[in-house]
Write a protein that binds this ligand. Sequence first.
Ligand SMILES: [Zn+2]
Length: 189
Amino acid sequence: MSITAAMPTAKERPRRTRTKRVSKLPAIKLSQLLPSHIDLRDPLKAVLVCGDCETWVPITGMQSKVQKLVPHHTGKAGVAAAIHCRSSNRRVEFDMTIPEWRQVLTDAVKEASSRQATAVLPKAFSPQTDRTLRARAERTLAGRLADWDAVLPRVADADKNRRAIPAGDAPTEGAAVPLDTLHPQRPAR
Ligand SMILES: [Zn+2]
């Protein structure tokens, strides 16, 4: 059989899908992959290297409870033949946090930099971003209550600061206010 234009080629990979399908294969655990085969720098565009087809595949469901590889063909979009990868819709188990991933990647890069000249490290997330992502990952009722509990002391502090009246009656900035009472004398006639 000769190759003709009518032969279907691999499709572009969606970044997110809503399908409820889940692969019967066991979940992929992040801790079992090479840290360099995972990219969580932008968690909403998380990708990892599929162990079956050895290509970068987006992870869907980053804001919901279950994370999965999106359905994908094994080869390059528009070039390779349309062969369904058996790891499509396979669950991804986040058994390490994003900061933990960044740490093992950093360690791996440091280790490798003794051999390689340049290394590019992912930009660190702020603690706030990290908290938000963790909260998203655990969007259960208990998780939400824990979030509220965690934030309450800070809310109370902010309220207290708002109510507080600065000590003293002198402005803290600007020219000093003269405090001595002046008693000007009328000039003698
Ligand atoms: Zn694959």
